[in-house]
Each structure stands twice: as C-alpha cells, then as structure tokens.
Design a binder for this molecule. Sequence first.
Ligand SMILES: Cc1cc2nc3c(=O)[nH]c(=O)nc-3n(C[C@H](O)[C@H](O)[C@H](O)COP(=O)(O)OP(=O)(O)OC[C@H]3O[C@@H](n4cnc5c(N)ncnc54)[C@H](O)[C@@H]3O)c2cc1C
Length: 408
Amino acid sequence: MNIVIAGAGIAGLSAAEAARKANPNCEVVLFSRERQRPYFRPRLPEVVSGEVSADGIYVHPEEWYRQPGLEFRLGESLVEVNPESRQVRGSLGSRLLYDRLLIATGAVPFLPDAAKNFTLPGVYPLRTLLDASDLHYAAKGARTAVLLGSGLLGLEAGHALTRMGLTVHVLEMSNRILPFQTTPAGSRRLQRLLEAKSFVFHLEAEAERAEGAERIERVVLKSGAGINCDLMAVSAGIAPVTELAAALGLKTERGIVVDQYLATTAPGVYAAGDCAQTPDRRGGMWAIARAEGLIAGHNAVTEDPASRKPYVPVAPSAVLKVAGIDLTSVGNIDPEGKLPSAEYDGDDLYRKVVTSPAGQLAGFTVLGGRAGVAELTRAVGKKTLPPDVMEDLKGPGFDFRRLDALPS
Ligand SMILES: Cc1cc2nc3c(=O)[nH]c(=O)nc-3n(C[C@H](O)[C@H](O)[C@H](O)COP(=O)(O)OP(=O)(O)OC[C@H]3O[C@@H](n4cnc5c(N)ncnc54)[C@H](O)[C@@H]3O)c2cc1C
C-alpha cells in the first residue's frame, strides 16, 4: 500500500510517522511546497527577532527524511489529483498512483483589504520561515511598525519587532486586546504590561488603507487618523488551503470537512491540521494539528476498520510567549461572566477559574505567572471544584496540590 501526503507541516509530518508505524509495509510519499524541511512554526517569532536561525527550529535532522519507506519531495507541490485514476501530479513533474491520499496543506494568512490592496513593498504577513526572515531584514533599520491583528501570534510577532528596537502600533477592532483569550480584567493588565515594552494600542480601530510613494509610509485608519510607519506586519487570522479538496469535490466549509476518523467525504482520502474541519471545529494550533495528523495517518493505512482510532478533541489552550509576561488560557474562560467563577486580581497576578453550573472545572486564565497552570490544566474537564476550593481560589497563596488530590 502507498499513501501520498500533500503538505509537510506538523500535520503531514505526524501523519507520515503514524502511517509508517501503523503499517510498516506502506510506502509514504510526502510532498512539501516549502523548500525548507519541516520546522516548529510557533518558533517563527524567534527568527523574526533574530534570536535563533532557521537551523535552530527544524523538527528533524536531514538524515531523518532518508529512512526506508519514506520519499520526501522537498520543494514540490502536489498540484493535480485525479480521483478516478487515483493519480497525482507534482509541480516538478512527478506522477504517481496512490492507494490513500492525505491532505495536510495547512493555511495561509488572511489579508485584510488594507494589506491586500497595497501592492508596494512594506507589507509582511507571517506564516513561513521565508516570511520570518523577510520581516527580520525589513525590521533592521526600521523604527515603527503597524501590526494588523492583535491575537496571540500577532502579539508575539510584535514583541519580536520591539526586541529589534521598533515601536509597534497594534490595531484592534475590539474594545480590548485578546478578547477571546482572556477576560476584560486580564486584557487591561496585559495591555499595561505590553505598553511598557514599546507597544502602542489602538482599540476599536481598523485600517482603511496603506499609503506610500515607493513603499509603505503610512496606515490610514477608518477614523481618518494616520500612523506613519516603516512596515506593516499582518497577523489577522488564517484561511485554510483547500484547492486540492475542490479538485476532488470534497465537502468544505471552514475547512475540509472530516469525520471523527479524519476521513473526508471521498473514499480513501483523509485530511488533517489547519486545512481540516473536525466535528469540534477547532484548529489553528500546533498540538491540534499534530494530534489530527497522528490519527489521520494511522487510520489512512489501517486495513482493518476495527483498528481505526477516533480523534479525541484537544482542549484549546493559549499561551503567550513573551518574556516576562506569562499568559495561559485553557478551555472555556467565559469572558462574558455567565458561569460560576473564582477571580483573583492581585498586584502581580491575575487569575480566573471557571466552572460549569454543576462545578466541573471548565477553564481558566492566569496572567503574571505559571503557578498552578500545570495542576489546573490537568483538572480541566475532569474535576469538580467544591465550594471551599472555589472560595480559596479567590485569594493569593492557594495550594494547587489540593486540585490533584480531588477525585476525577
Ligand atoms: C507565527 C506563528 C506562531 C504560532 N504560534 C503557535 C503557538 O504558540 N501555539 C500553537 O498551538 N500554534 C501556533 N501557531 C499555529 C501552528 O503553527 C499551526 O496551527 C500548525 O503549524 C498547523 O500545522 P499544519 O501542518 O496543519 O499546517 P502548516 O504548518 O501550514 O503546513 C502545511 C504545509 O503544506 C504546504 N502545502 C500547501 N499546499 C501544498 C500542496 N499542494 N502540496 C504540497 N505542500 C503544500 C504548505 O506550504 C505548508 O508547508 C503559530 C503559527 C504561526 C504562523
């Protein structure tokens, strides 16, 4: 049996590993549009700031890709697929037949109109190693950047730029930063901490257009205000890459629709990672793409249907990796304040722990430290917090070993 995998991000790579493990006789052909071997995408902000070079973030050494049963087509996109003849064609001319096809083509940055419509130099989306290196060189000698999008990835990219000495103006459409990852109190505190690190926030602000004679010089907001800048970084969400799915006539909504086995609507075709839409509709995260890739790769080459594995959703978690500012949010943090919660808002630490009406731990957010993060993460969805624990969580100095001691 052979399996052709389109895309060598973490989903495709994990699928290749799982396929070889589940069926050591299967041949895996891995197509990679990028010319660099797979790397840890979440570490790109470190490449932007110049803290690490590309060599420091590869997932496996070069020799790994020379193992028997694996054919790695680096720098070759899978451009055509014929479901009747089960044949694929690569951009460098290779043609092969497949028994199973796995689509792990990931996503590309979503570009708001202000970025898309400006065709001169100075606009930098961040998705690939090449993007990171372009942004790094553009930031050398620059003084001011405008950042479209203030999600976690955007703030990390912005932080990389501040480390290079730039002032970063962040445009946020909401009236607070990270509205989905933290609560209003957490947002206010985080904003203060970031302002002390050369960030300037423009809330309820949206870019109308970029202007400049030969390259970007200014971003004009919908309010009419203008911000002079040397570059514009864009981290405003992602769009799944679904061209192959269209050619195969697969069902797509917010991504390629897959069932709990990561199977698409066509027989023998699987999808995983940022390009896929699982029944729980979560994605855009490294751990999720890896977990999906492992399941999809296993199921694709497993001959016995009884040995297929279902995908168990990974609890969404958000961690802001900015030195000196620890923000972790896991599960449902209930920003609207509708569920029972225990909130602590101290000088150096902010914490909110949320439960279901029945008392089961639903999620939490902690800003300003890592204390209790591991214990809380282990308990999310598994433990019921009694009233005395909830009461004590409203104060400092909670002994988190108490959570481990609670029954699951
Ligand atoms: C700057 C940045 C920081 C991030 N930080 C975090 C973080 O802290 N925590 C977290 O959980 N997540 C983070 N993420 C998100 C995480 O990296 C992604 O969710 C994850 O990498 C998705 O993996 P994937 O394999 O599905 O897709 P991708 O990594 O996008 O890989 C898909 C690959 O397929 C290739 N491809 C596309 N079409 C074809 C084709 N036709 N033929 C061959 N190849 C093709 C693409 O070029 C790409 O190389 C971050 C992302 C970015 C960009």
